[in-house]
Design a protein around this ligand. Structure first.
Ligand code: DOR
Length: 431
């Protein structure tokens, strides 16, 4: 069946702007069939979307879905519903589950269950080292065969440079990216917060060199091996400079930045509330500005939420003992639209590129663009609607966000993946 949406503003990926047009998609083929004047587009069903905008489905290459084994924090169902509610049509989930995604059967099971749930599409990311222990490489060939997006020990860095070199050599041959959590643990020593926030609040500090030192090492290794190195959650000015250096040398390095590292700094942490604890820690105002400038100019390629749900009891253990992480899927778009686009700091075309087009292009995924023939991965948003972030209304099981109570503009109303509705505002939570 062909469905046509009339009266809204549609993102034209070629133009990089909204146009006043109708868009039609086919629920059987799952593709966009036409964009243009309604009189020129035959349809079986017509719907008015007056006052709303259509964007290409968002794609997040870095989330934690906690399934298998940590389902008190999140399940595949709650995480993928939260993703769809945030406008994400595809997400890639990190392997720090229990057991970790180190075997092909575990990745296959996530893909199969994800399809059954029928919300956002899930792409597992597999371990770089067996069970993320940093001692031996995982079986990349077997994991690549079942279609993992890439390899990462996220939550931990690979401490042994020689082992990382071996990993990148193999991944270069396989054509799969290494998605690195850059943290030299001999420097970070498990520190909870940025140096200044730690001093202020009497907790342990994580020096910024812990991140930058490992990025420097891995960029040099990527140059030697020819592998695609994707740097996760860049947070410091020195790290930004290193990514820029790598790109300027023609090394295959890409990078992501989170909404929280673009919008918050250590200065915002006024009390020892572990909802502010995230790894890498919220950094200085200068670091935040460097990330923002690098995001605006495309050096930091994509937005990733690093959605990291935790149980409230775990977050209540105090700053030093609580686990790192913040949820992000349901608030990312509104936070960035409100804080960056409406403030005139970043144009809409860069945000759409970073949330939809570029992650698809860099990781070889379908979707990411609105044009005839492309997969109908669409988000319907109300760009005028103001709402207040209320964690108790989230679809994710996680409530851990420092953005609770914040007023934002821009609401996801409906999400379509391959021509099928995967989220409609107000729908019931999956169990
Ligand atoms: O804050 C974080 N939480 N950073 C990470 O790298 C891991 C994540 C988690 O798994 O909770």
């Amino acid at each position: 069946m062909r469905i046509r949406w009339d009266g809204g503003r549609v993102w034209d990926s070629g133009l990089g702007d909204f146009i006043e047009a109708s868009v039609a998609y086919d629920t059987e083929t799952g593709d966009i069939v036409a964009i243009g004047h309604p009189s020129a587009i035959r349809a079986d069903e017509v719907r008015s979307i007056r006052g709303l905008c259509v964007l290409p489905g968002f794609v997040d290459v870095h989330v934690h879905l906690r399934d298998p084994g940590l389902t008190h924090k999140e399940t595949l169902a709650s995480g993928l519903q939260a993703a769809a509610a945030g406008g994400f049509t595809q997400v890639a989930c990190m392997p720090n589950t229990k057991p970790p995604i180190a075997r092909a059967e575990i990745a296959e099971d996530i893909i199969r269950r994800g399809r059954e749930i029928g919300k956002a599409e899930v792409h597992p990311i597999a371990c770089l080292t067996v069970d993320q222990e940093g001692e031996a490489l995982a079986d990349y060939e077997a994991l690549a065969r079942v279609g993992v997006l890439g390899f990462s020990d996220d939550g931990r860095g690979v401490q042994d440079g020689g082992l990382m070199r071996d990993a990148l050599t193999k991944l270069a041959a396989l054509g799969k990216p290494a998605m690195i959590h850059a943290e030299d643990e001999s420097i970070s020593r498990g520190g909870a917060l940025h140096e200044r926030a730690a001093a202020r609040l009497g907790t342990t500090a994580q020096p910024g060199s812990a991140e930058a030192a490992m990025i420097a090492r891995d960029i040099l290794l990527a140059e030697e091996t020819g592998a695609h190195l994707h740097v996760c959650h860049v947070s410091r000015e020195a790290s930004v400079a290193l990514v820029r250096f790598g790109k300027s040398r023609g090394i295959r390095v890409t990078a992501e930045v989170t909404p929280h590292h673009l919008l918050l700094s250590e200065r915002d942490i006024h009390r020892a509330d572990a909802n502010w604890k995230v790894n890498p820690p919220l950094a200085s105002e200068e670091d935040r500005r460097a990330c923002l400038a690098a995001f605006a100019d495309g050096t930091l390629d994509v937005i990733a939420t690093d959605h990291a749900p935790h149980h409230p009891d775990e977050k209540a253990r105090g700053m030093d003992e609580a686990p790192f992480g913040m949820v992000g899927l349901e608030i990312a778009f509104a936070l960035l639209y409100t804080g960056l686009v409406r403030e005139g700091l970043v144009p809409m075309r860069r945000l759409v590129e970073a949330m939809s087009e570029r992650p698809c292009r860099l990781f070889g995924l379908e979707g990411g663009q609105i044009r005839p023939g492309a997969r109908a991965d669409l988000v319907l948003v109300d760009l005028d609607r103001r709402w207040t972030i209320d964690p108790s209304a989230f679809y994710t099981k996680g409530r851990n966000t420092p953005f609770a109570g914040q007023s934002v503009v821009g609401k996801v109303v409906e999400t379509i993946r391959a021509g099928r509705v995967i989220f409609r505002e107000g729908e019931e939570r999956l169990s």
